[in-house]
Design a protein around this ligand. Structure first.
Ligand SMILES: C[S@@+](CC[C@H](N)C(=O)[O-])C[C@H]1O[C@@H](n2cnc3c(N)ncnc32)[C@H](O)[C@@H]1O
Length: 222
């Protein structure tokens, strides 16, 4: 199995418009959904610099922040303290989560769990199942095989679903697992799939348009 390196948040420029400081569109829906279901013990798995932890913390959730990147956790802590919020923090690898069985009502994994290979993905899915309470929900995103990254045939293919990402930047040489519908149904067969969508985001870089396809999935432990 290839080891995931996590992000180097020191090289990411932060300003108020930076996407990593502004919650994702879907998180507003999840906040409403999980608040109304009283699913308030929340794990932000791969919290980055804390954009979702802060949002849920401000709305009365008990937030645990977890990331393999120590500088991500430090930045989250600094931001939370400046808002007067108290969270639980842990640095570690998602392949072995440092939490007891049945710990959380809700888990957020926004653009995180694809940072591994197929063997690693199976471990993460088992870990999610273990740490979620019965009826808990998890929202996760997975890179899709339709996305431009998976089509980069000069990026090393380390197993049938995984490429090493060779772009300069915080993800340089990290493994990326790419999914399709059947693979997702098989991976999460022990959960109830509440919702599954494939979403395409467009962005421009160096005068080129990139189409980035992700699956957005809500699973429930039954
Ligand atoms: C694209 S960022 C997303 C951050 C955050 N979820 C957000 O939406 O703002 C991916 C995050 O996953 C973390 N990560 C990557 N591999 C990981 C692993 N094996 N265990 C835990 N965190 C990991 C990275 O360090 C990084 O902070």
């Amino acid at each position: 199995m290839i080891k995931s390196k996590g992000w180097n948040w020191e090289i990411v420029k932060e300003d108020e418009n930076c996407i990593w400081k502004n919650p994702s569109i879907e998180s507003y829906y999840l906040l409403n959904r999980w608040a109304s279901q009283n699913k308030k013990d929340l794990l932000d798995l791969g919290c980055g610099i804390g954009r979702h932890a802060i949002m849920f913390g401000k709305n009365g959730f008990n937030v645990s922040c977890f990331d393999i990147s120590e500088d991500g956790i430090n930045k989250t802590r600094k931001w939370a303290e400046s808002e007067g919020l108290k969270f639980n923090y842990m640095v570690g690898d998602m392949l072995e989560l440092p939490y007891n069985n049945d710990s959380f009502d809700s888990v957020l994994c926004v653009n995180v769990i694809s940072h591994t290979d197929t063997e690693g993905m199976k471990k993460v899915v088992n870990e999610l199942y273990r740490i979620m309470k019965k009826d808990a929900e998890c929202y996760l995103t997975l890179g899709s095989k339709d996305t431009w990254g998976f089509k980069q045939t000069d990026w090393p293919l380390v197993d049938p679903n995984t490429r090493l990402r060779m772009e300069e930047g915080p993800e340089y040489k990290t493994p990326h697992f790419y999914a399709d519908y059947d693979l997702i149904m098989d991976l999460f067969k022990d959960f109830k799939i509440v919702n599954i969508r494939q979403v395409v985001d467009y962005y421009e870089r160096d005068n080129k348009v990139f189409d980035s396809y992700h699956y957005h999935v809500i699973i429930k432990k039954i």
